[in-house]
Design a protein around this ligand. Structure first.
Ligand SMILES: O=C(O)CCC(=O)C(=O)O
Length: 277
């Protein structure tokens, strides 16, 4: 593949051409795709008609596919593909800044998302560079964050869990989703670059602080993530594919399209096969 990337904002994101969805995804091709991903953090590929089985193959070429998601249904053609679908008066759960599944000890390193059905207007997704957010912090704040760790949990997934099974529904969802403690400033395993590692969806508490202190610190950090200079925004069309590195990015799916139907397919890749090379 001769991939060409057109960078979209200084913070992150590129529109990629030259990707062949019918390729056999050999090592050299995926090395090239991975290199583009490391440079731009999120890649958008238009007219990429990847069938669910092929999407899972692309994920497996990038690394190890993860355990099933605790809440989403899987595609009948592939257990590795979850279906994200919202319409009517649904309560979409992705209109919050987050990096996928950080309530797990080992969250996915990458996610692949393909639009299947898009609403007539709206339903865009934004990504934020957490490298850019970290770089923009005052140096005193960077010093304060060094060495701090925070607790991540399943956040708003509590609502369907509670509606489905009351308090024991929440406990069951908790035990399958898990909870994890991560450093508030992490380093990308390949570039070594520091990035802010907290999200409004899943980061709940800072170890060693009181609840009000943790709340104030997290609120200030979440406000910083919201600034548009750290963002790139994608307008989906059917068969647009987004591939992103969860280490150092977060995303936010805008809910402005209901009651129209919006459906996407997603594959999560847990381990980066190229990380230890
Ligand atoms: O629906 C979207 O655009 C994003 C979905 C999402 O947040 C995710 O795949 O983690």
């Amino acid at each position: 593949m001769a991939l060409v990337a057109d960078r979209l904002t200084p913070a992150l994101g590129a529109e990629l051409t030259g990707f062949d969805p019918h390729s056999t995804f050999d090592t050299e091709e995926i090395d090239e795709l991975h290199a583009q991903l490391m440079e731009h953090h999120v890649l958008f590929i238009r007219d990429c008609d990847l069938a669910p089985v092929k999407m899972a193959e692309l994920g497996a070429a990038l690394g190890t596919l993860g355990a099933r998601h605790h809440s989403y249904v899987t595609h009948p053609d592939s257990d590795d593909v979850v279906i994200l679908e919202w319409k009517g008066d649904d309560l979409p759960d992705a209109a919050e800044w987050h990096s996928d599944m950080t309530y797990r000890d080992t969250p996915p390193f990458a996610s692949i998302l393909k639009a299947v059905i898009v609403p007539p207007a709206g339903g865009d997704t934004l990504w934020a560079s957490m490298f850019s957010v970290y770089d923009s912090l005052p140096s005193g704040m960077k010093d304060d964050l060094a060495g701090l760790e925070a607790v991540h949990d399943m956040g708003a997934f509590r609502t369907p869990a509670y509606r489905g099974g009351g308090n024991s529904g929440i406990l069951d969802a908790y035990s399958s989703a898990g909870t994890a403690v991560h450093p508030m400033v992490a380093h990308h395993p390949i570039s070594g670059r520091p990035y802010l590692n907290v999200s409004e969806s899943f980061t709940r508490f800072v170890i060693g602080l009181s609840a009000p202190e943790a709340g104030r610190l997290l609120t200030e950090l979440f406000d910083r993530i919201n600034r548009p200079e750290h963002h790139v925004r994608l307008r989906w069309k059917p068969n647009t594919l987004a591939l992103w590195d969860n280490r150092g990015t977060q995303h936010y799916a805008v809910v402005d399209y209901l009651p129209h139907l919006r459906q996407l397919h997603r594959v999560a890749v847990v381990h980066d096969a190229r990380e230890s090379r």
